[in-house]
Design a protein around this ligand. Structure first.
Ligand SMILES: [Zn+2]
Ligand SMILES: [Zn+2]
Length: 279
């Protein structure tokens, strides 16, 4: 396998999270088991097989690899990918792709789908994504991936198999949909974007940003840039119900050791061992 970009990987239960994220450098994540990726700031060669992507916003470090990804899939004779983007991004991206098509003399087949806060994306029978607004310097979106299944309604729990079969044959819907939030992706956002979506705090895995960690980088200023500070994690320590919280998108001003030192000083037990620094 060609190794063209850094990729970190972590397994949680039946899900593998792979990716890399540094502010102003590049951000890309994927969960191979869900056949789903978040953001296209770079495109590791190994990520090409993931057919569906959700783009959080149009800053270049989250988007610049879109044409490369589309071209690679065509070259490798893979199905055109499905890329969900903030509504306002679709038309400019189509224009960019037209320019590349002209320069590269190659087709760039893909399906660009506009999305808005409040949308629900049906990925498959089992998977649904909900879209929420986040708070950044450009229109930006966060995502929660839900696993859904049909479960027997409580009022039928005590019934026998035969009784349930008879009810079914009589046309009664004995099941209801149950949704479990498996993965949430915040993208770039100030804390207001996280607080506005309770499901992000409940998802089994939360992938989010912690751009700033130093006390000297004041958080009121940082919120104006639409980012999170370590102090914001501290203030919300009791709210995270997640099994795993992946914090990335650290500013290039910090050496990885500085990030670890600042975080360990503020949160010595790393939120009960659930907080994982993606650096
Ligand atoms: Zn960013
Ligand atoms: Zn950004």
């Amino acid at each position: 396998m060609i190794n063209n970009l850094p990729v970190k990987s972590l397994t949680h239960k039946d899900l593998t999270v792979e990716g890399y994220s540094r502010a102003a450098v590049q951000t890309y994540w994927r969960i191979p088991e869900l056949k789903l990726g978040f953001d296209l700031g770079g495109q590791p060669w190994s990520f090409m097989g993931t057919p569906t992507w959700l783009v959080s916003h149009t800053h270049m470090d989250h988007l610049a690899a879109l044409p490369v990804y589309v071209a690679r899939r065509r070259m490798m004779k893979m199905e055109p990918p499905l890329i969900y983007l903030p509504e306002a991004a679709v038309e400019p991206i189509e224009r960019i792709l037209r320019c590349f098509r002209r320069m590269d003399r190659g087709r760039l087949p893909c399906k660009l789908v506009p999305i808005r806060p409040g949308d629900e994306i049906i990925l498959s029978r089992e998977l649904v994504v909900t879209v929420s607004a986040t708070v950044h310097t450009v229109p930006s979106l966060g995502f929660v991936v839900w696993q859904r299944r049909r479960k027997l309604k409580p009022e039928f729990q005590a019934f026998s198999g035969d009784q349930i079969r008879d009810l079914r044959l009589g046309g009664t819907d004995v099941t209801a949909e149950v949704r479990v939030p498996r993965v949430a992706y915040l993208g770039d956002s100030s804390p207001a974007g996280l607080d506005a979506c309770e499901a992000m705090y409940q998802a089994e895995v939360l992938i989010m940003e912690m751009t700033f960690v130093a006390p000297s980088h004041r958080k009121d200023k940082i919120h104006k840039f639409g980012h999170m500070h370590l102090d914001d994690f501290l203030e919300r320590a009791g709210r995270f119900q997640n099994e795993l919280i992946l914090a990335g998108h650290f500013s290039t001003r910090y050496h990885p050791n500085q990030v670890r030192q600042h975080v360990l000083k503020a949160l010595p037990d790393l939120l009960g061992g659930r907080l994982h620094l993606w650096i």
